[in-house]
Design a protein around this ligand. Sequence first.
Ligand SMILES: Nc1nc2c(ncn2[C@@H]2O[C@H](COP(=O)(O)OP(=O)(O)OP(=O)(O)O)[C@@H](O)[C@H]2O)c(=O)[nH]1
Ligand SMILES: [Mg+2]
Length: 305
Amino acid sequence: MSEPLNGYRAGYVALVGRPNVGKSTLMNYLLGQKIAAVSPRPQTTRQRQLGILTLDNAQAIFMDTPGLHIPAHKLGEYMNLVAEDALREADIIVWLVEANSLPTDEDRLIAEKLRTLVHPPPVLLALNKMDLLPAEELSERMADYHALLPGAEIMTISAVNGVNCDELLAGLLRHLPMGEPFFNADQLTDFYERDIAADLIREAALLHLREEIPHGTAVRIDEYTERGESGAFISATIFVERDSHKAIVIGKGGEMLKRIGVTARREIEAMSGRRVYLELRVKVNKNWRNKPDALRWLGYARLKK
Ligand SMILES: Nc1nc2c(ncn2[C@@H]2O[C@H](COP(=O)(O)OP(=O)(O)OP(=O)(O)O)[C@@H](O)[C@H]2O)c(=O)[nH]1
Ligand SMILES: [Mg+2]
């Protein structure tokens, strides 16, 4: 860090933006460890997940959030509410957009939400994926986004390879309030290992499946048992919305489910640092993304404030 912070600082940093702009990638990079699922498809993150970065002079508690979007079902409405809650809890907001595309309607909607916050914290507008933007278009693109929220500090980053991310971190630490850390130095997230494992299984499904099918999946961990030297045994159910989707997720001779399982197992092993035996099954819960009881039961319910 270039400038001293003069005393300990601690606070909450909301990572917000429309789906797929790189919020979870940025959080993983800043923590130096993958704790959040990342995929090339929008709407990967469905819950708020904390990423706790404890330094000698500051504790930044990142809130990774679902992408703010125009919802098509009750799950989407829930995801938006979760992201909006984070906006209100933040000491500073990092608003991520995609440098390689022009502002979209969703970006304009987010700008409007940020402009109308009752107690607006500082906003750092980060144009991510600068590696995908030709250098000669940079200043024009910055102007396009700056116009959406002129009060925001603006910078360009590349979360996937860390370019300018340490500068972004240094910039946001200065906005954190003075105070003691909220969490023990060894706590990295508020998710249990089994919650992360469930997201990594869904991440694998997002990677291997096409069209709407992966978006209609939910994962429940049925068993997560330590087996000493031989690692952990995990049994999980992938829920889908239709019988026809179940057949696709399983695939010919179980091939697709196997592929999802191999990818997910590798990721869970890397995350947990031990060997994992993963058993997957598929069940149908018709139209669950629009059923309040199914959403609650799958853990997509806001805590009452
Ligand atoms: N080229 C490039 N790709 C990136 C960069 N940052 C993220 N990505 C990719 O963008 C995709 C989406 O990244 P995520 O981190 O899942 O995006 P997100 O904003 O968390 O998405 P949701 O959870 O769906 O809201 C992934 O394929 C990432 O690898 C970047 O700086 N450059
Ligand atoms: Mg995400």
